[in-house]
Design a protein around this ligand. Structure first.
Ligand code: ZN
Length: 81
């Protein structure tokens, strides 16, 4: 992972339970599990949509990233949702 900034989140990997890592690199944000190697990302233009009236909606952004992660890890495991 080549992120210039990263941190552990309170979200856990749906597959192994490890804390998910949030990273930012060149305007793109990534949520990933270092144990499973699964990651989801969001482009800069998508991230901008979470800016409402000058307030950045971090909670909503993290919730949608985490939802994308859950879906992706389930698809990779071949589970039905
Ligand atoms: Zn994992």
């Amino acid at each position: 992972m080549g992120g210039v900034l990263w941190l552990y989140t309170t979200y856990r990997c749906a597959r192994c339970g490890s804390p998910l890592v949030f990273a930012e690199s060149n305007g793109r944000i990534v949520l990933s599990c270092r144990n499973c190697g699964i990651s989801v990302w969001m482009s800069e233009s998508s991230v901008r949509q979470f800016n409402r009236d000058g307030a950045f909606m971090w909670r909503e952004l993290m919730a949608s990233l985490h939802l994308a992660y859950v879906v992706r890890s389930a698809l990779l495991e071949g589970k039905a949702l």
